[in-house]
Design a protein around this ligand. Structure first.
Ligand code: GEK
Length: 245
């Protein structure tokens, strides 16, 4: 059940393309899907571990919001040296969490306690946080709900806490938008996806994954109160940034 399978969900012509959801079919192929779809994904996961090592504070909580199979949680748990930290990993997909639980059981006991929660990240309490990770999760929330979640995170963060957000980006300049989108598709082709897979997946994600520009993210985070927000990684239209309290 847990062997990572190859993502071929969109490889056959689908008469009707349903909106993308994080169900068991997706959870089963997720590691392969995200690795071949998001340029720089593994680099970002490694860096989240390093950032957690730097920002985790003693006696605090580290949150992985929209944790999927826990890649960021595992990276954090291997790098946090601050004493008495725990990780709270949250996802509203039962299918993802069931597999994440199995992965934890299959591993050596993780060095930190990991608390898995099946919940909407909009409904959980965030408190005593030194680091919060939204690794490709915010993009799935309705635009109108994003500021409220980020305000809750800001208030739940300790002084000197950090929020790491990774997202697919949009661009104001139409030429950049076309070029970056084309380059992302070229990346997916280089990873073995066919034109049909790329196009069917794109349709499934329409109105489900809603990208914003980096300027929009930065403006919203600083208007909420974060003292700064800077990009630390970008590969075509995929980026990761860090906001400091
Ligand atoms: C990784 N961070 O591998 N509440 C809880 N979970 C949610 C919500 C919500 N409102 N909306 C979406 N999700 C991971 C990758 S994937 C990114 C994150 C992608 C969850 C959803 O169920 C899925 O597991 C995850 O957010 C997004 O580092 O597939 O592009």
């Amino acid at each position: 059940m847990i062997n990572p399978a190859k993502d071929s969900l969109y490889s056959q012509p689908l008469g009707r393309i349903d909106s993308f959801i994080f169900d068991d079919q997706v959870a089963r192929v997720f590691p392969d899907m995200i690795e071949r779809s998001v340029p720089g994904y593994q680099t970002i996961i490694t860096a989240i571990g390093l950032l957690a090592g730097r920002f985790a504070q003693e006696n605090s909580v580290c949150y992985d919001l929209g944790c999927s199979l826990g890649a960021a949680t595992f990276a954090m748990s291997q790098n946090i040296i601050a004493k008495n930290c725990r990780i709270v990993a949250v996802d509203n997909s039962n299918a993802m969490l069931a597999r994440f639980k199995l992965l934890i059981e299959l591993q050596e006991p993780p060095p930190l306690s990991i608390d898995l929660k099946c919940a909407n990240i909009q409904d959980i309490v965030i408190e005593n946080a030194s680091i919060v990770v939204l690794n490709f999760t915010l993009q799935f929330l309705p635009l109108a709900d994003r500021a409220q979640l980020l305000e809750k995170i800001y208030h739940g963060l300790l002084p000197n806490g950090a929020l790491i957000i990774s997202e697919k980006l949009a661009f104001d300049d139409p030429r950049q938008q076309v070029m970056q989108t084309d380059l992302h598709h070229a990346f997916k082709k280089s990873q073995g996806y066919s034109e049909m897979e790329i196009s069917q997946k794109r349709t499934a994600l329409e109105n489900v994954l809603i990208p914003e520009t980096f300027a929009q993210h930065q403006q919203r985070l600083t208007s909420i109160g974060f003292s700064s927000c800077e990009l630390w990684f970008q590969y075509f239209n995929f980026a990761s940034f860090i906001a400091l309290k």
